[in-house]
Design a protein around this ligand. Sequence first.
Ligand SMILES: C[S@@+](CC[C@H](N)C(=O)[O-])C[C@H]1O[C@@H](n2cnc3c(N)ncnc32)[C@H](O)[C@@H]1O
Ligand code: SF4
Length: 457
Amino acid sequence: MNNTRNEQYQIALDELDLALKGDFLPTYIYSYPPKRSYRELDLGTTVRELWANDHSDEINIYLHIPFCRYRCTFCTLFLTTRHDDAERDRYVDALVAQIRRRPTGDRERFVKSVYFGGGTPALLTPSQFDRIMAALRESFPSISSDTEVTMEGTPDAFAAMDLAVLRGAGVNRLSIGLQTLDPEQLRRSGRPYSTDIVAPVIKAVAAAGINHLNLDLIYGMSGEGVQSWVDSLEGVLDFSPTTLSLYPVVVRPESTLDRLRQNGRAAETPEKSLYELYDIAEAILTSRGYRQESFTRFTKAASGYLQEESDFSGTPLIGFGAGARSYTSEVHYSTDYAVARKETSDIIAAYIECQLGKGEELATHGIALTKEERQRRFAILNMTLGRMCGDRYRSLFGGDLRADFARELDAMIVRGCATIDGETVRLTSKGYKMSSAIGKLFFTGRVEALERAYVGR
Ligand SMILES: C[S@@+](CC[C@H](N)C(=O)[O-])C[C@H]1O[C@@H](n2cnc3c(N)ncnc32)[C@H](O)[C@@H]1O
Ligand code: SF4
């Protein structure tokens, strides 16, 4: 271990101590390595060859639909708001071609979950959605009525959709990004609909027989006070969702919200207030019978989000579409990524051209994982879900979790963030709250440096 590594560890430890005092809240961890550590890849390998080296029997599927009607002020996801019927149709042609080509090879892999993310996949027409599902079923015959199939979208997009058709086509989990029920916060987030549409949409979800409903809320967007947050929370609890995902706002330099804040036109929410809003939510949700699954997620289901759980425990992910990430055991890759309009449109156009052409798809952007990074990925992601299992670690990597991460685990235990029971490390309630800062203790120097050096466009 070199000095840089020790220095980096010390910085992460200092930040954890700041977080414990409520003075620092790093971005929540939703993957490792994070997308901002991806760079141009020069492996000289096709996507098919990457999958030939992945011997797993199970797989998760993610489809990215990069179209929205508007861009919310906080959002830096990969999407365009400039599209028409013809372009969406061509995009679906490209998706279907990519799925039919079976980049994962002929090896039969059991599909654990399918996720339509975006963007706003709820903008697909029923016939576009049917074409994609038919291609998926053809290429992945293990997809059945038991497979978790999720579609995410905004309330206004779902309001315009026939949810019974979605259910009929296999969607059994809906994830609706509400973000807030406070009309003023909603207006400031750049969303052009009224909160009045939310209740009828939720009613329609139940009427269509979609039993798993996840609702997303964001806190701390724009000088939101405690009362506004409690009202949003109480309001969503009236809808009895199966799962709630609650995100502290992340303000990236590429977002409109960042520009508004720089110009003094949107209020900042101090770290301490974000933790206060988190504490309020945790107390309310646990008192209403929700089980905490991670820093952001609370559920009444056996699993609030099977795709994430199985991804974090090591099941590979095949992504279809521009901007979709794919994780083989050794390489994480995606298309190029951008937020700016022109760059995004160019990337989508290049994706369509590549998939509708005859050539083999190459992994052009991403990161190759060393064994150490795979071990760290396992530790970080399982930690965020509250449990690191030493037996599973040994079966995957042949090592001893407690010995390999003695320093990180000690730091967690001494601070009351974790307990150890035999081979299993468990987060305490304080540990869940600190999990974004704890995760940083485990980052490799390379990933940390790549993420820090990322320049958005
Ligand atoms: C993949 S996103 C988009 C979902 C969907 N298009 C929508 O907006 O309803 C999933 C969730 O991440 C959260 N999210 C997106 N950008 C965020 C940001 N900058 N800060 C915090 N949470 C964010 C939102 O709650 C969002 O619903
Ligand atoms: S938050 Fe959702 S609806 Fe808003 S721009 Fe991002 S992906 Fe589109």
